[in-house]
Design a protein around this ligand. Structure first.
Ligand SMILES: NC(=O)c1ccc[n+]([C@@H]2O[C@H](COP(=O)([O-])OP(=O)(O)OC[C@H]3O[C@@H](n4cnc5c(N)ncnc54)[C@H](O)[C@@H]3O)[C@@H](O)[C@H]2O)c1
Length: 319
């Protein structure tokens, strides 16, 4: 890879435009092509950022000088597009989830293993300084043995235009942060209802996970709350409890603030800088292909757990 990573961005909605802006601000990256099915949008974005090459379909992948493609199109395209990008020999950043089909995830892992191209999924909560501090406290043993964890995605998305698979789309943020803290998950059970917003499938879902370590965890997704919440996490260890950005140490029964910033929004910039730096330095990203695949599959299986009304064993990827 040359010193400058040449990037193509597919999907220029609010998400794709944010990633594009952070790549443009990285001295080691240059966005050389953009693609969106909306031709007027693609022209407008290209003009605004002075990008020479515009596309409205996957012929963007034929542009030979592109090193990495960011797939920021809607969820149903993630799997197919990531596979196509890898088949043309380019690295991929794919927004979460990696795919909506387990077969696509498996194919992506297979292609990654064959080609050694990097595939990083946009599991952005790992770039929040609060998440990083909690991870550090766990790894240093300060929380002791972790026996129970919870996290959620509580966000009023009524009116949002992508209506497929709420847990597969957004449960991945809380599930991934718990997996990062505690390790792999082996089994899931789940319940859902559609009391509010019955027009879509499973707008409110709770999933219970069993971790390989023996820890158990709960992940809630609801797209219909009154009042969106900052997406927190609660971690219960034998030596301390963390509830969002507060910690309780033994013998105090008092929660005190952790000395760190909790970014309420999306830290796109650190996420994008990290991936570009990894490509330049030839390092594996924090969310490597398997990490993205494992979190995606663990969330996609929630649909099966609801439908079959029984715990579902989560298949393990070989390291
Ligand atoms: N990581 C996060 O925190 C986070 C936050 C927001 C969105 N996202 C993800 O980012 C993706 C995009 O989100 P958004 O809010 O920008 O969506 P959006 O619908 O607002 O924008 C998507 C863009 O993709 C274009 N598009 C649609 N079909 C396409 C296709 N087949 N090929 C190329 N372009 C196509 C649309 O014209 C639109 O401009 C979604 O997958 C979403 O899950 C992630």
């Amino acid at each position: 890879m040359g010193k400058i990573v040449k990037v193509g961005v597919i999907g220029l909605g609010p998400n794709g435009r944010q990633h594009l802006a952070s790549y443009q601000n990285h001295p080691g990256a240059e966005v050389v092509a953009v693609c969106d099915v909306d031709e007027s949008l693609v022209k407008e974005v290209a003009k605004q950022h002075n990008i020479a090459n515009t596309y409205t379909d996957l012929s963007i992948l034929e542009q030979r000088d592109i090193d990495m493609v960011a797939v920021c199109a809607p969820n149903p395209f993630h799997g197919e597009y990531t596979i196509r990008v890898l088949e043309t020999g380019k690295h991929v950043f794919v927004e979460k989830p990696m795919a909506l089909e387990i077969e696509s995830v498996e194919r992506i892992v297979e292609l990654h293993r064959e080609t050694h191209l990097e595939v990083m999924t946009g599991l952005i909560r790992r770039f929040n300084p609060l998440s990083q501090l909690v991870k550090h406290l766990i790894d240093e043993g300060i929380l002791g043995e972790i026996f129970y964890v919870e996290s959620d995605y509580i966000h009023d998305l009524r009116g949002y235009r992508h209506l497929e698979n709420p847990f597969g789309s957004d449960g991945i943020h809380p599930l991934d942060i718990l997996r990062w803290y505690v390790g792999d998950v082996v089994e899931v059970q789940a319940y859902s209802n559609k009391k509010i917003w019955p027009e879509i499938k499973d707008p409110t879902t709770v999933a219970i996970y069993k971790f390989k370590s023996g820890c158990i965890g709960k992940v809630t997704v609801t797209w219909v709350p009154i009042g969106t919440q900052t997406h927190g996490a609660r971690v219960f260890g034998s030596k301390a409890t963390v509830v969002n950005d507060r910690i309780c140490l033994p013998g105090t029964n008092e929660f005190i603030s952790l000395p760190v910033e909790n970014i309420a929004g999306h830290p796109y910039n650190p996420e994008d800088i990290h991936f570009i730096d990894c490509l330049i330095q030839g390092k594996e990203p924090l969310i490597n292909c398997l990490e993205g695949a494992k979190s995606t599959v663990a969330c996609l299986l929630v649909k099966d757990a609801i439908k079959e009304r029984k715990p579902i064993v989560i298949p393990q990827f070989e390291e």
